[in-house]
Design a protein. Structure first.
Length: 170
């Protein structure tokens, strides 16, 4: 597996990974995290991923020439509480559900940690869906992160979205 900078040409592949992840969640009755609609049809999500690529914040994991994961780093966004020190903030982490369990997410998080070290930054943060059974929070804890601030996104015509910020000191 290789990690390379992502560009505009990678946007469809990243959206496809997000669509597959949503299908996987929906099949398990976990619609609270990302809903039921494909990301590839969401103007907001398309613009977000395109922006990550344009701002050189997108990293792509490839295996035998196939995109199997994506990582985006950048500034934390409200409602995530800001910090008063430099950080590498993971804004997106998605992996190919067909390759689940092969460690792609860990490799991408290692890349985020390496980017932090190279920049002389000792703080890496990420936020994730904190609802259902907390499985996603536990995943990040298994990757060396610890829970920090919890937050809630109030949504119109949908249940509130519980979020959890996690931190790792390098």
């Amino acid at each position: 597996m290789t990690i390379r900078p992502g560009g505009g040409d990678d946007v469809p592949a990243v959206l496809a990974l997000l669509d597959k992840a949503t299908e996987w969640l929906v099949a398990r009755g976990r619609t609270d995290q990302w809903g039921t609609e494909p990301h590839s049809t969401s103007e907001r999500r398309i613009n977000q991923i395109t922006g990550f690529a344009a701002e050189r914040q997108l990293w792509i994991a490839e295996d035998a020439g196939r995109v199997v994961g994506a990582l985006a780093i950048g500034p934390a966004q409200p409602p995530v509480p800001p910090v008063d020190e430099p950080e590498v903030y993971v804004r997106l982490l998605v992996t190919d559900r067909e390759a689940a369990g092969s460690g792609i997410g860990g490799v991408l998080l290692d890349h985020a940690r390496q980017l932090a070290r190279e920049a002389g930054i000792s703080l890496v943060r990420v936020d994730c869906f904190g609802g259902n059974d907390g499985a996603l929070v536990r995943y990040y804890e298994s990757q060396g992160f610890t829970r920090d601030a919890a937050f809630v996104v109030t949504r119109v015509n949908a249940p509130d979205w519980p979020g959890q910020v996690l931190v790792q000191r390098l």
